[in-house]
Ligand binder design. Structure first.
Ligand code: ZN
Length: 507
């Protein structure tokens, strides 16, 4: 019996350091993105967002009762964790697993810009009443209200919760486009594509308004006070930057389309602003009738359409001036003259449903993957279907004719989020690189490669290394050829100057 005591003491002594190592610690306040260290958080994996907005479009305000519920899993023992959420909205309370949690709000580090016009990303740091054990599932509820402010990016463009103001000067509702970080202007999240999650978005708005979220329309429920709740469910993993809650006066239609590769019948949602010249709206209606043909053109080459519904939103918010590939509902902001959806742009945003939305570059530095493929698809479809007058091979040659000054910034080394949407490094050069790869390996191997990417990385992300490795494997070139291909991708992605290796070097 006496011998038991020293043993027990010994056991305690051995256990102590191990117990100390497993002490709960705060989750990281960055996802480690090379261009945006301010965003994303560690220590948990977000699984599902339930967003409930009570929205007053005339005042552009989220009313009391607005809340976001996040289901997540702890990836280490957590004492506290961060969410990405701007400080413009007042928080009424935060709870974790039903118990009130304490919270703090602060600017994310480091400072993004010295300009006061540029939005500084912010954090909401939540400390639950009791630590969360590694592997445990937990639910966070954040209740908030107020008027969301749009995010102003380094290039001074607006994103996130943008008030919908048409050319005529009337402002009514929101036009919600979140690339790259706008999600945190209207709901708290782990705002980085490396942590995709499913979404249910419920928006209560006055009757007569249309409220649009990602995915399928699950229900429209009268609230009984002259308002209706629109509930949208996207059951496929979605990056936060591809979600939406656009609400306004729209001509809203629901239909369906037949996707030929899978045989699926997909709901097809269309929303065209009720504002703006009727002629322009009619052109949008006409051009978007091509969506089923475009989806089938792309599905034949990139694999079955990855999501459960198809759609588009054509607004009139000229201050935005761009289109965005929101998951299942690409958004088109229109121009000074009115709403606009042109066919090449529509094809581009639909191509993103596979390349960008389904398979996403793992960090913002890999935006060349999303835009390279969408640019290639636009060019390829343009030549095949739309009489663009430019073959993909001509496109490749024209990109190499661009002034060499435009080649200074390589796609895989943008240096700053200021260059996230630069035409040559992000769109043309990666688009030409992908076209060049098609010329090197031929159509059959090329599109098999595209389908392999969407098959193996479905609803996930892809790194540069994974892309290059898969492209080499799919090439059928043998070891010497694969080595040359490695050099090809290195030049096209990393060389500060015009790449010298072209498909001619593989003949
Ligand atoms: Zn694009």
């Amino acid at each position: 019996m006496r011998r038991a005591l020293p043993l027990a003491v010994l056991a305690t002594a051995l256990l102590l350091p191990a117990a100390a190592a497993a002490a709960p610690k705060p989750g990281a306040l960055s996802a480690g993105d090379p261009l945006f260290p301010q965003i994303g958080n560690g220590g948990y994996d977000a699984l599902h967002y339930e967003i409930d907005l009570d929205y007053d479009p005339a005042a552009n305000a989220l009313r009391a009762g607005t809340r976001t519920t996040i289901t997540a899993e702890a990836t280490h023992d957590l004492s506290s964790f961060g969410l990405d959420f701007q400080r413009d909205l007042a928080i009424a309370g935060v709870s974790v697993d039903g118990a009130p949690a304490s919270f703090a709000r602060r600017d994310a580090k480091p400072r993004l810009s010295r300009s006061r016009k540029v939005t500084q990303p912010a954090k909401l740091i939540v400390t639950p009443a009791a630590p969360l054990a590694k592997g445990s599932r937990f639910t966070v509820v954040v209740e908030y209200s107020g008027t969301p402010k749009p995010i102003v990016d380094l290039d001074h463009t607006e994103e996130g919760w943008v008030r919908a103001c048409s050319k005529s000067g009337s402002c009514d509702g929101s036009f919600t486009v979140n690339e790259p970080i706008g999600a945190q202007s209207w709901f708290p999240s782990n705002n980085h594509m490396s942590d995709k999650a499913t979404f249910a978005t419920s928006i209560t708005a006055p009757d007569g308004y249309t409220a649009l979220g990602a995915g399928d329309l699950a229900s429209t429920t009268p609230a009984g006070d002259g308002r209706t709740t629109w509930r949208w469910v996207e059951s496929h993993p979605t990056a936060t930057y591809l979600t939406t809650a656009t609400t306004g006066r729209y001509d809203f239609t629901t239909g369906s389309m037949h996707e030929r590769t899978s045989g699926a019948t997909l709901p097809l949602y269309g929303a065209i602003t009720s504002d703006g010249p009727k002629k322009r709206r009619d052109v949008v209606a006409r051009n978007t009738r091509d969506i089923p043909a475009m989806v089938n053109f792309l599905a034949k080459r990139f694999g079955a359409y990855p999501f459960g519904s198809v759609g588009f939103v054509s607004g009139w918010v000229p201050a935005i001036g761009y289109a965005l590939e929101n998951q299942t509902k690409p958004h088109f902001a229109g121009t000074e003259k009115g709403p606009e959806v042109n066919r090449p742009e529509l094809l581009h945003e639909l191509a993103h449903q596979w390349m960008g939305d389904d398979v996403t570059g793992r960090t913002w530095q890999q935006i060349w993957f999303n835009e390279g493929w969408a640019t290639f698809a636009e060019v390829y479809w343009g030549a095949k279907v739309n009489d663009s007058g430019q073959s993909p091979r001509q496109f490749f040659r024209r990109v190499l004719e661009i002034d060499k000054k435009e080649y200074r910034r390589p796609p895989a080394d943008l240096g700053s989020p200021l260059h996230l949407f630069d035409a040559v490094p992000v769109y043309n050069r990666p688009g030409a690189m992908i076209e060049g790869y098609r010329e090197i390996v031929g159509n059959h191997r090329f599109f098999a490669f595209a389908r392999k990417l969407t098959g193996q990385h479905r609803y996930g992300t892809i790194s540069e290394g994974e892309f290059v490795k898969a492209a080499k494997r799919a090439s059928g070139l043998g070891r010497g050829g694969e080595r040359r291909l490695g050099g090809y991708f290195r030049q096209w992605l990393h060389r500060a100057g015009k790449p010298r290796i072209t498909p001619a070097d593989f003949r």
